[in-house]
Design a protein around this ligand. Structure first.
Ligand code: ADP
Ligand code: ZN
Ligand code: ZN
Length: 791
């Protein structure tokens, strides 16, 4: 028997399968998907078994050395998926496998020296070795020099040790020995011991902790161990990130008519095992989550599993709560806020089939479920579903693949669907389900747009319009709560000289430095460059160099100056960097320890507090000015989402949007809560501009420290693409990127626009291979972004 293996070497030239012999003693236990150690050149490295073939190979092969884990890390589905991603995403197979598995699975490598003939070295050198091996990185230069002759003579050999990064946590437990229960009970005098034995006979295994909780002391247990009636064993312990939380049981709600229709359609597809895609378009609060919960319940009753993706769970603790309340221990939760160990445990709960539902962020789209019966992507329009680092992928594409593989339905849910998804629904590729009313029958909040230019003209230079000021005062007086939203994207704070207009830029990147008040520093968010804030203008020496743009911290100060009785909770990157901080701040706000919640993008989602009756958007339009074809769509989505935070209970909600562009269609349609109006108008711009969903895009970015080199290569790339692609595709550029230099690398881009391009993957693969070689030799870097989220 031989095995085809993907080896853990992150290099293009080994991005293929290597065949190894399966030694006879491993043949009966070897399974596809297992992690193994194989010889690779002079080294030993880790790899994954992709295929087992039961016949002889033409030539003699090196053998697999050993198996790392008895349970395969990868199931057949994930192996097939990695194959598909390798070709369609222009990504190395091992890089794809890497993102599918939790970090804890990957072993670490150490280079070691192994002492083959201990009697050949001096006592002093012998001391260095423990169990005849020593880690090379732990040796000093002198020690290395002393060992060198022995290495050359073959007395010491170089080797690689693979280490498990994350050990499984264990705890002590007790089980019955192989005994005759009746005889054993008769022989016992202590009632406590009898009771303990009976309970173990009943329940199989109990941990020491559980026994103690049931009042069986260590003495009772040890007595039984001594009589050889029971024995102590180690069992796997899982870290539960939510163990200190209690979740109330939550029952099904009676669905309202639109919800019922949506549920009927989806559960029909679940029952039929039909791979259909549903676009669930429902305004915030229309009861989408209730529909998810009830369809998932059906899936579980069917004996299947369900996967639910959310943009970033750390930001939506309420979603986790609702899932735990409904499905209890059957829910696994995966997001970036978990420790490596917690993540590993949640992942294994899924693999072992203990968890049947997973609520998770982007990368949990690779959750190792068997028998998936439903995949849900909530807030499907969110940009965070796209992984922007190599290997780039969009969770929606992966979900579609898995839906097809498992022959199960996929739900895309959103109050503001991406134009791509809505267009597909209009074409009938997806089935559109609409929830147009709030589930709790409370009215949609009223929205007012305030023109900040008028405020300026009327002499109001503060960041609060007269209308917003009055509304805030009113809510404070009534004891109601307020959410104030500061749009941070495209709104960084920078320094500006009022005399000469100078703005301090990063020396390595073509971008202005951001001012951080806490440390009084200027920082570059692209390369990490830091410097102290200058006292006078570096250009004209003027003292009038000041910060422009306002941060949340500044706004907090202003609120206290402006409003009596204000008590603010501020939520931004600074106040939420600690683990769990986000949840704590929200809990405080829910408990009404403050009346104003001030925050950035992160407060736009998922808040569902009954006492919020006013939402103020301080600066609606900063994002509109970004050079990105999706800037209107993003603005519309964000405003709609923020507005949805108001009036979630019996008190009526009101929203005030402050802007310098009150007539902009994205703002007007958001004000009127008119998705289809926005969709039609935006589609028109997309058609004219040849943007998605009318055209697909590929963004190629190439960079090098030498500007001439970049220009030269960019022309070559342009020519290559023109040569390969059909005339119906557009190859635009090369042009400097919006940020033309990052970390002293000059950056140019080429954008491909196409409707259908059979040669595309071949051309991109060719470029990827060609520039991989170039990169190795020449540090030229090419990145390929298929279906970019940002340009
Ligand atoms: P969405 O996910 O669309 O924002 P939710 O599912 O969170 O909407 O529902 C909004 C609120 O309405 C929640 O408090 C939820 O418990 C409640 N709700 C949803 N469906 C029903 C129903 N059928 N009957 C009563 N209340 C409901
Ligand atoms: Zn100046
Ligand atoms: Zn920089």
């Amino acid at each position: 028997m031989y095995a085809s293996v993907v080896v853990d070497v992150n290099a293009k030239r080994v991005d293929k399968l290597f065949d190894y012999e399966v030694p006879a003693e491993l043949a009966s236990i070897m399974k596809v998907g297992m992690r193994v150690v194989v010889p690779f050149g002079p080294r030993k490295i880790q790899g994954y078994i992709i295929e087992l073939v039961d016949r002889n190979h033409e030539k003699a092969l090196k053998p697999i050395l050993h198996i790392q884990d008895m349970t395969p890390e990868l199931n057949t589905e994930l192996i097939r998926l990695s194959e598909w991603m390798q070709t369609t995403h222009i990504a190395k197979r091992i890089a794809v496998l890497d993102i599918m598995l939790p970090r804890a699975v990957k072993g670490k490598y150490h280079k070691v020296y192994r002492l083959e003939e201990p009697e050949e070295v001096s006592d002093e050198l012998y001391q260095l070795f423990s169990q005849n091996r020593v880690r090379i990185s732990s040796l000093s230069a002198d020690q290395l020099a002393a060992l060198k002759p022995y290495v050359e003579a073959g007395v010491i050999t170089e080797d690689v040790e693979v280490r498990q990064q994350q050990k499984v946590k264990t705890q002590k437990a007790v089980e019955l020995c192989d005994i005759n229960l009746d005889t054993a009970l008769e022989a016992l005098r202590s009632d406590k011991q009898k009771a303990c034995l009976l309970m173990l006979a009943d329940e199989g295994v109990l941990t020491l902790k559980e026994l103690k909780e049931r009042d069986f002391s260590a003495a009772v247990v040890n007595g039984l161990v001594k009589k050889e009636l029971v024995r102590k064993i180690d069992i796997e312990d899982t870290r539960d990130p939510y163990q200190h939380r209690e979740f109330l049981q939550d029952g099904k709600k009676v669905l309202r008519d639109e919800q019922q229709t949506a549920y009927d359609e989806i559960s029909g597809a679940v029952a039929a095992g039909k791979n259909e895609v549903f676009l669930l378009h429902g305004i915030t609060g229309s009861g989408k989550t209730e529909v998810y919960l009830q369809t998932i319940a059906d899936v579980l009753d069917n004996g299947q599993t369900a996967l639910m993706l959310v943009p970033e769970i750390a930001l939506t603790p309420q979603m986790v709560e609702r899932f735990k309340a409904r499905f209890g221990d059957r829910v696994a939760v995966m997001h970036s806020g978990l420790s490596m160990g917690e993540r590993y445990d949640e992942w294994r709960k899924i693999r072992k089939g203990e968890a049947r539902v997973c609520v998770g962020a982007r990368s949990s789209v690779f959750a190792p479920f068997e028998n998936l019966g439903l995949i849900i992507i909530d807030e499907e329009h969110e940009a965070s579903y796209k992984q922007e680092d190599y290997p780039r992928y969009h969770a929606r594409d992966i979900a579609m693949w898995r839906g097809e593989y498992n022959s199960c339905p996929v739900i895309l849910g959103s109050a503001t669907p991406s134009l791509e998804s809505y267009a597909r629904a209009e074409k009938g590729v997806y089935r559109l389900l609409t929830l147009s009313r709030r589930a709790n029958q409370f009215p949609v909040p009223s929205v007012n747009v305030v023109n900040m230019r008028d405020e300026l003209a009327a002499g109001n230079r503060s960041m609060f319009s007269a209308e917003l000021t009055q509304a805030i005062n009113d809510r404070i007086q009534k004891g109601e709560q307020i959410v104030l939203f500061l749009n941070r994207r495209g709104h960084a704070q920078f320094l500006l000289c009022r005399d000469c207009g100078h703005v301090p830029n990063c020396p390595n990147c073509d971008i202005s430095l951001t001012y951080h008040k806490v440390t009084d520093e200027l920082k570059c968010h692209y390369c990490g460059h830091k410097e102290y804030k200058p006292v006078t203008c570096p250009n004209c020496d003027s003292e009038h160099i000041r910060e422009m743009g306002v941060g949340t911290q500044k706004v907090e100060e202003l609120i206290y100056q402006h409003f009596d009785g204000a008590k603010v909770i501020r939520m931004d990157n600074d106040t939420t960097s600690r683990k769990g901080a986000h949840e704590q701040l929200l809990d405080k706000f829910r408990d009404q320890e403050a009346n104003i919640l001030l925050g950035t993008q992160m407060i736009a989602k998922g808040l569902d507090f009954p006492n919020i009756t006013l939402v103020g958007v301080l600066n609606a339009d900063t994002m509109l000015n970004l050079p990105d074809f999706r800037s209107s769509e993003r603005t519309f989505q964000l405003l709609t989402q923020v507005a949805g935070r108001a009036g979630r209970a019996d008190k009526e909600g009101h929203v005030i949007i402050q802007t310098y562009n009150p007539e902009h269609y994205a703002i007007q349609y958001a004000k009127n809560n008119d998705y289809t109006g926005f969709y039609k108008e935006e589609m028109n711009y997309r058609r004219i501009g040849k943007y998605p969903p009318y055209y697909y895009l590929v963004n190629l970015i190439f960079s090098h420290t030498d500007m001439k080199e970049v220009l030269l290569e960019s022309k070559h790339i342009h020519q290559t693409l023109l040569h390969h692609l059909s005339p119906s595709s557009y190859v635009l550029g090369p042009a400097p990127c919006a940020i033309a230099r990052i970390n002293n690398q000059y950056r140019f881009q080429i954008i491909i626009k196409f409707k259908s391009e059979p040669e595309l993957l071949q051309a991109l693969t060719y470029l990827d291979d060609y520039y991989y070689e170039k990169f190795v030799k020449n540090k030229f870097n090419l990145s390929i972004d298929i279906n970019p989220q940002m340009l």
